[in-house]
Design a protein around this ligand. Structure first.
Ligand code: COI
Length: 354
């Protein structure tokens, strides 16, 4: 039973809850009162503990700082109308974290620490779960190397932590994206499918160049030819052409999004045609010009369903169909949110109640 995990809990003496403006939540700047810590040393995991949220102490030689053995996850807890706290598909995040751990030569996190620890942490900070519209408690589990050693080799010690933050949607308005054809996020055989911290750091410079031109984010293309869509920095990409939902297939360059997976399932159940296949940039541009492209949007835990209203490619900027006209993304995005908030029945068993 995951919820009987024996955890040492030290509660905060001074909650910060009353200082939070739940109607104006910036993404990832405000943190709940507690955090979970478990250490991996000498080939074994320590007992997990929950402590007041605060700074941690590390050796300046920690190999995570120098060589980047650092991975993370992102998921959300919602408050239902009858005040239940629901965590969306946490087991999927546990599996993906361990797939990232294998790729990065790190130890897998036991299920009872990841899921049982998370449950107890969220239960303790349940008053931090917002209950207004699209707000949620964002849950950030992460694992990093702690050996104090400058030799380039896998660390033998690690720290697993979970921190949480009440958040609104990551993007507050429809986006202007650019199809990137110079820089590359991930190449076949690399770490693109892992949620490795370095993937995000490496994407910042090209994104910053685009932001200087007023663009919000990039859509990455394949490293070999820059001809096929991959993903955007914080979400998987989807297009609707001729009433068909199309999304790039999973491979070693694309993060296997849990929102992506859930969205595809609900779209199929709603009777729409879904294709997981390569989408060329030229197909997208032609479909925009012919009027066959009905929707372009991203999906992700933080991003939720993020509409793209402008698309730049090779210096040309295209206006896309209005947000209001988008049948699939609006209806499935709303359906997904209603399931997460316990408004619609959770027929898939996706929610874990705390
Ligand atoms: C998430 O959606 O949870 C992510 O990890 C994206 C993040 C980098 C904001």
């Amino acid at each position: 039973m995951i919820d009987t995990l024996d955890i040492e809990i030290t509660k905060t003496s001074e909650s910060k809850l009353s200082q939070v403006d739940f109607d104006n939540l910036p993404f990832g700047k405000v943190f709940a009162d507690h955090m979970l810590i478990a250490k991996y040393e000498n080939g074994a995991w320590s007992r997990a503990c929950i402590e007041p949220y605060g700074n941690i102490s590390l050796s300046p030689a920690s190999s995570m700082i120098h060589y980047g053995q650092s991975i993370f996850e992102g998921l959300k807890a919602f408050k239902s109308e009858n005040n239940e706290v629901l965590i969306f598909r946490p087991e999927e995040n546990w599996k993906r974290m361990n797939a990232s751990a294998v790729r990065m030569c790190m130890p897998e996190v036991p299920k009872d620490i990841f899921l049982g620890g998370m449950r107890q942490l969220i239960d303790l900070d349940r008053n931090w779960v917002p209950n207004n519209s699209e707000s949620a408690l964002y849950i950030r589990p992460f694992l990093f190397a702690t050996d104090a050693l400058l030799g380039v080799k896998p660390s033998e010690s690690y720290m697993f932590m979970i921190i949480t933050a009440p958040v609104g949607p990551y993007y507050v308005k429809p986006l202007h994206l650019k199809i990137e054809t110079e820089f590359t996020r991930a190449a076949i055989g690399g770490v693109g499918a892992a949620k490795a911290a370095g993937n995000y750091g490496a994407a910042m410079y090209p994104a910053m160049l685009a932001q200087k031109e007023g663009i919000d984010q990039l859509i990455w293309t394949d490293a070999k030819e820059h001809k096929y869509l991959e993903e955007a920095g914080t979400m998987n990409m989807m297009v609707v052409i001729d009433d068909k939902l199309i999304t790039p297939p999973l491979k070693s360059t694309i993060l296997p999004g849990i929102t992506r997976k859930s969205f595809l399932e609900l779209t199929k159940e709603a009777g729409y045609e879904v294709e997981e296949r390569s989408i060329s940039v030229s197909e997208v541009i032609e479909a925009i010009k012919s009027g066959d492209l009905k929707e372009l949007f991203g999906v992700g835990t933080a991003a939720t369903t993020a509409q793209v209203e402008k698309l730049t490619f090779e210096g040309n900027t295209y206006d896309l169909p209005s947000k209001e006209s988008r049948v699939i993304s609006n209806s499935i995005g709303q359906k997904l949110l209603r399931i997460k908030k316990g408004i619609d029945p959770d027929t898939h068993g996706w929610n874990i109640s705390v």
